[in-house]
Design a protein around this ligand. Structure first.
Ligand code: FAD
Ligand code: SF4
Ligand code: SF4
Ligand code: SF4
Length: 403
């Protein structure tokens, strides 16, 4: 039975909890608010080992292969694009499934500190799934709901981070023609507890929050911001490099411990389509970039290609060859960086105010600033990406060995 998995061996996909025939596994939140399975009723366990068989992190995962098609793309509809994180491709794909009477699953902000996977079956509700939410999305029993819909013969689109797709497919244990899976390029999911504390810091007066946007485009898609709008009309709006939460996240400050060794985010994919931000668009064609959102789209299966063909006329796009992609974006799917002060940040989380912790341990030092200048200079002369890949791979191997 799966009882003694270490946290850095578990992505929290819930496949084991949902497969257990006698429901003896439950869920607990660790000190950072991440979810993990826990044995609730050991006496009920029938030692069937199904929980181990479905666990994606216990299976071998191959990481070297290419998608069958790669594109740089965005929705022609500006409203869709501005309400989305990247180019709005998720909304176009999901709308097609809803138009055909299908069901769409994805991450919704239930309240300012809780993200959960929900079912949507009307286009009026699709906005709930739009946009990246930078905390772990709780899956609860959503795999059971998806299985029921599939068995009813309904079309289903399930979206989420790659480990959630691995978990679902492993839980289902067989192919369904009526299921399409969309995953994301994934840096890792930030801690719900850190976010909750950070929101309290932003909202010292405890005002009612109207909405939160982790990827607001007021200052552009590339220079995105954290935006929190309050019921009284006031707002918090800070660019990614000035906001402590976003800037520490991008440096690997408080993502889930499995994220640092995750192989599920690399190619080949289990999903039919993978979506991300095409940050390197200017290296492909700067005239194509209006800085309002650009999606990286990877078609991984024939099923994915068929669905994508249905929306292609609603997009503007450039096709990217595998060689070009490797040249301009060699780090896709590579392990996430481990922040050098991650352990201290976590240790201090309940002892110090969050802004003090992040300012003290996560802000760039003078040495970091010099390194940054060197990095920018190397990037300008075109040698940074290759060099960085070698350094990061070496560091990731060291981290895995140390953990
Ligand atoms: C935690 C996280 C990390 C990411 N890391 C990267 C990265 O390193 N590089 C990169 O290029 N792109 C990354 N992305 C993907 C990117 O931000 C966009 O989500 C993606 O490009 C789709 O954009 P869109 O405009 O097509 O659709 P959008 O409408 O912006 O995206 C909606 C989709 O995001 C899913 N989603 C939102 N929040 C979560 C969540 N917390 N957990 C699971 N699914 C969620 C929804 O289910 C839905 O499928 C990340 C996204 C998330 C949520
Ligand atoms: S071994 Fe079987 S019964 Fe025991 S926890 Fe795992 S799935 Fe449940
Ligand atoms: S099945 Fe998923 S949740 Fe369960 S132990 Fe494995 S990775 Fe963790
Ligand atoms: S990095 Fe891997 S384990 Fe972490 S959220 Fe992304 S897919 Fe899941």
């Amino acid at each position: 039975m799966i009882n003694n998995m270490k946290e850095n061996e578990c992505c929290g996909c819930t496949a084991c909890i949902n497969i257990c025939p006698v429901k003896c596994l439950g869920e607990y939140s660790n000190e950072l608010g991440f979810s993990y399975p826990i044995m609730n009723n050991k006496e009920d366990c029938i030692e069937c080992k199904l929980c181990e068989k479905v666990c994606p992190t216990l299976k071998e995962i191959k990481t070297k292969s290419e998608p069958i098609n790669s594109l740089c793309s965005y929705a022609k509809n500006n409203d869709i694009k501005s309400a989305s994180t990247s180019g709005g491709i998720f909304t176009l794909l999901a709308s097609k499934i809803l138009d055909e009477g299908g069901y769409v699953y994805g991450a919704a902000l239930i309240n300012p500190t809780l993200v959960k996977h929900i079912e949507v079956n009307s286009s009026e509700e699709l906005w709930k799934l739009q946009g990246s939410k930078y905390i772990e999305s709780k899956l609860e029993d959503i795999f059971l709901v998806v299985k029921d819909r599939l068995q009813e013969g309904k079309k289903v689109l399930f979206s989420g981070v790659p480990c959630q797709i691995y978990g679902l497919l492993s839980f289902l244990g067989k192919d369904y023609d009526n299921l399409i899976c969309i995953d994301l390029l994934c840096y890792g999911v930030p801690s719900p507890k850190v976010w909750s504390k950070y929101l309290n810091f932003i909202n010292k007066e405890n005002k009612n929050i109207k909405y939160v946007n982790f990827r607001d485009k007021t200052y552009g898609w590339k220079n995105y911001s954290l935006k929190v709008v309050f019921e009284d009309g006031s707002q918090y709006l800070k660019e990614k490099n000035k906001d402590l939460f976003l800037s520490t996240y991008s440096k690997g400050g408080y993502i889930k411990s499995y994220c640092y060794r995750c192989k599920m985010k690399g190619f080949p994919k289990k999903s039919d389509i993978t979506l991300g931000d095409f940050w390197e668009v200017d290296r492909v064609d700067s005239d194509f970039n209006d800085d309002k959102g650009m999606s990286a789209v990877f078609i991984n299966s024939a099923k994915g290609q068929n669905l994508y063909n249905e929306i292609i006329n609603e997009t503007n796009y450039l096709e990217i060859t595998a060689e070009r992609l490797d040249e301009i974006s060699p780090r896709i799917g590579a392990p996430s960086k481990l922040h050098k002060n991650r352990d201290i940040i976590i240790k201090e989380i309940d002892n110090m105010p969050i802004d003090v912790i992040l300012k003290k341990y996560a802000m760039p030092t003078r040495v970091d600033k010099v390194k940054n200048i060197i990095r920018i200079s190397l990037r300008k002369i075109g040698v940074w990406d290759g060099l960085n890949k070698i350094l990061e791979d070496k560091k990731a191997r060291r981290n895995i060995n140390e953990k």
